[in-house]
Design a protein around this ligand. Sequence first.
Ligand SMILES: C[S@@+](CC[C@H](N)C(=O)[O-])C[C@H]1O[C@@H](n2cnc3c(N)ncnc32)[C@H](O)[C@@H]1O
Ligand code: SF4
Length: 475
Amino acid sequence: MQGLASSEQEMRLRRLFADLLIKKGYEKEVYLLDLSAFFKSHGVYTLSEVQDLWRGHLSKAEVCRHYFSLYVHIPFCRKRCSFCRHYEWTCSSENQLRLYLDSLVFEIRAFKEIFSGVMFKSLYVGGGTANILSPEQIDRLLSEIDLNFRFDDHAEKTFECNPNESSMEKLSVFAGHGINRVSFGVQSYSQDVLGCTHRAHQSEEMVASAIRDAQRFPAFHKINADLLIGLHNDSPKTVCDSFLKLAQLGTGSISLYALKPPLHYIKKYYRGRQDLYDEALSEKLRDFERLVAPITEEFDYVFTPLKEIRANFDAWMFTLRKNYHTGRIYKYVTAEFPIDCLGLGTGAVSTITDHAFYKNQSFTPSAQGGTFEQNGRYRGCLKYGPKEQRVLFILGEIATWNRISKTQYRGMFGSDITADFTVELERLSALGVVSLTDAFVIFERKKPEERFFYALFFLDHKMIFDAMEKLKTKV
Ligand SMILES: C[S@@+](CC[C@H](N)C(=O)[O-])C[C@H]1O[C@@H](n2cnc3c(N)ncnc32)[C@H](O)[C@@H]1O
Ligand code: SF4
């Protein structure tokens, strides 16, 4: 009886918190929300403080078994696509790119000494639109990276490309610097779909020639193209037609992203109802899987069946069997071992395992170009304690899947999730929401909103009260 009463109180507290989030305008997007903004310990780090964080981390004996990845962010696009969540700034002048590159070079050099003993396992230059840079600028950036950091012989080195900005000259600069993976944002081949997204300028021929050009370079072991499903006006058939065109080109891998629509998109096309979008998406995915099956068979693409992958997955990968590798490690992939990521450039997120993650905002663009504070200010989510780190990881997992891998958790934090969260897991088990297997903590609720709500049980009272306090002052 006592237990029941206390679990009812616990429910009530989370309900109050969830309601407050919705009241403050997070609406149906709540389940995708990154709660880090509401945790305490925010601050502004100077460059030397960030350098000290890394120095301290790298001096520990156990980091020798960590994987290190380098992420370089180019936060500019020519134009904003209406569906995009990655967009940061419209490039206003060549001067802006030049100044931004100066700031990147400054940052690269600032971390050279600290990372001199590290062999990076991966490089990812992404955006925004990373290949918006000119061939000379790309050469300058990659030369600085080559000169100042060391990479494992088998490191995966990716340059993210918009087909619209691609050229043989840029591709040959990539190849000359050991880039071995290029990833093109295609999204769709359908002009009806592209027309509604501000990408009408992207033609079929443009995509085909960007991919064919890339295929001429043996250096690019992996050529990927991104497609989206869930865009306004698309259908399983249009997505499948786009897939077929990429398959006919022999594209090494095709990543299908389920659109995570911005709120304005939901308002415009789904009467503001996220649940309507979710339903439409599930249906599209199911039909797409059925339609795409014969194409994957004909062109020999390997992929995981839909029912076995994450709900709200990041990308559903289809890989040509002859290119199939499992050992893929880059910024977005967490594996069964700790990954430390050094993120350079404004907007890049860095992760220092079990210690800190922070978002770099050292460059401020302006109409004239932009400024980089040479004393390096890194604003963002910083210095979370061990508990906050663990909760943020759990929330991130639950937002995108219905389970948390115990091994992955142990790899990230060096402790057991069942020991760290004994009370919380008992409470959730008693509510029938969670079950435990040897390998996973499984959330039995299917709806992302429900998963989000019960995930709030991993926050202790202090975290919830702090977050509510912050939310209350938000207008
Ligand atoms: C960082 S973007 C860079 C792509 C590149 N700028 C381009 O458009 O060609 C990487 C990928 O994220 C995916 N993406 C963009 N907006 C998305 C959203 N709202 N939900 C899910 N995926 C999205 C797109 O497939 C895109 O190719
Ligand atoms: S999809 Fe690519 S080009 Fe379009 S806004 Fe997003 S990052 Fe920029």
